[in-house]
Design a protein around this ligand. Sequence first.
Ligand code: FAD
Length: 221
Amino acid sequence: MKIVNPWIEVEEIDGLKIMKKIERACRTCYRSEGSISEDSYKNLLKNCINRGHESVLEHEKVTIRMYCDIGVYKDLTRHRFASFSIESTRYCSYDKDKYGNEIKCINPSYIEDKEIYAEWKKSMEDMEKHYMKMKELGASTDMCRLALPHSTAAEVTMTADIREWKHILELRTSNKAHPAIRQLLIPLLKYFQQEMPEIFLSVDYDKEFNEKNYAEFRIAK
Ligand SMILES: Cc1cc2nc3c(=O)[nH]c(=O)nc-3n(C[C@H](O)[C@H](O)[C@H](O)COP(=O)(O)OP(=O)(O)OC[C@H]3O[C@@H](n4cnc5c(N)ncnc54)[C@H](O)[C@@H]3O)c2cc1C
């Protein structure tokens, strides 16, 4: 059993271009294309968001990849307007060389109590023994996956439009969301806030969440 750290990778985006494309689409409503100027998108987007005229945000989408645990994707796949491709525990057989003959578990670094953390680690080690033993006994990967816990690491590719990202980030970066999701999505929100402030600056997040637990954040070139 190997303990691994989560990461999140976002495709390189040009926030200004995204916001201007949304402005262009939105101005169809008022046939006010002639009012487009260098920074006319700023007021337009703010007004749309304030008035709840958010369907215009659906014209642009962003894809991310992340290395997270099963609990994270179990929660995120509840969002119906996002698309997912997820490492399959039915097809990936962790006893194989390709996977290092081991099960990888996402480090719950936010568990600060040493005794609790040690107990979690022991349960992951036990789980791996049972998974491998089931394989030895001839169980299919379909059967073995029944032994996998929420902590099992998996790669996920996720795509959503800007409206859905705003909604997901509002729900999943607050202190009500699971810490394993907060550690991945707060860094993403901060990137979006930097790239598309007119859309994402109003999204509040858990500022008390310890930054040392943030997942590694990468921009794919
Ligand atoms: C802190 C927290 C705790 C949670 N706890 C639980 C739990 O204990 N058990 C559990 O089962 N789930 C739980 N959930 C999941 C939650 O109930 C939602 O299923 C999940 O967050 C997806 O949100 P959504 O429906 O707003 O989003 P999306 O599917 O992303 O939809 C976006 C928006 O579209 C609209 N929409 C989508 N579908 C419909 C529809 N059919 N009818 C009308 N409007 C629609 C809604 O306005 C919705 O907000 C929890 C979520 C959070 C954030």
